[in-house]
Design a protein around this ligand. Structure first.
Ligand SMILES: O=c1nc[nH]c2c1ncn2[C@H]1C[C@H](O)[C@@H](COP(=O)(O)OP(=O)(O)OP(=O)(O)O)O1
Ligand SMILES: [Mg+2]
Length: 183
């Protein structure tokens, strides 16, 4: 089975390929841009996949993800990319300096559309924010400050395979795979 994935983020494609490898799903990245509406991840993915399908006319997925910090009322959420590009991980650690509540989670929402109905597949992984940047050379963006629950390493200290065993993206893509297998 081939899945066309409209994204500008190669890291997402790399992880999706690992996640779906044993399900003999082939991922093909397509670079069709779409507007990311101001709203929840679900809305970004639902509107985005519609826009991409209009241009591509074949079953396609988009994926919107975000990083949510409990102490900051779920900031940065859908603005995660802008916040990563502006204040970055240093800025996040500064906002949480001497803070004991370090709970956070990643959320991924995949939007799938084949011309019939839009389907959304969600994955969440909870964890905490480290007190310092811990980068083992893996991962991307917020990975070097996020420690998934039950682990001691940040996502950036785990190989992509290790991260893809438990990540938000893994959980969302598995839901997608199960749906596509029963189409
Ligand atoms: O596993 C992850 N580990 C760490 N950080 C992550 C992850 N997944 C998304 N992120 C960050 C990247 C971006 O700063 C924002 C999501 O923005 P998001 O719009 O979903 O991704 P993007 O703009 O990079 O690619 P796309 O072309 O698919 O929209 O949160
Ligand atoms: Mg984006």
């Amino acid at each position: 089975m081939k899945i066309y994935f409209a994204t500008g983020n190669q890291n997402k494609v790399d992880e999706a390929e690992i996640i779906l490898k044993e399900a003999n799903c082939e991922i093909e990245q397509i670079e069709i841009p779409y507007a990311e509406v101001q709203g929840r991840l679900e809305e970004v993915s639902a509107f985005g996949v519609l826009e991409v399908f209009e241009k591509f006319n074949r079953p396609v997925i988009v994926e919107d993800s975000g990083f949510f910090i409990e102490k900051l009322n779920d900031f940065p959420g859908t603005y995660s990319r802008f916040v990563q590009e502006t204040i970055g991980n240093e800025g996040i650690l500064k906002l949480l300096e001497n803070e004991t509540n370090r709970n956070a989670y990643f959320k991924t929402v995949i939007g799938y559309y084949d011309g019939d109905n839009i389907k959304l597949f969600t994955g969440i992984v909870k964890g905490t924010i480290s007190t310092e940047i811990k980068d083992g050379g893996f991962g991307f963006a917020y990975d070097s400050i996020f420690i998934p629950e039950g682990k001691t390493k940040t996502f950036a200290e785990m190989t992509t395979e290790e991260k893809s065993e438990i990540s938000h993206r893994k959980r969302a893509f598995y839901e997608l795979k199960n749906y596509l297998e029963n189409l």
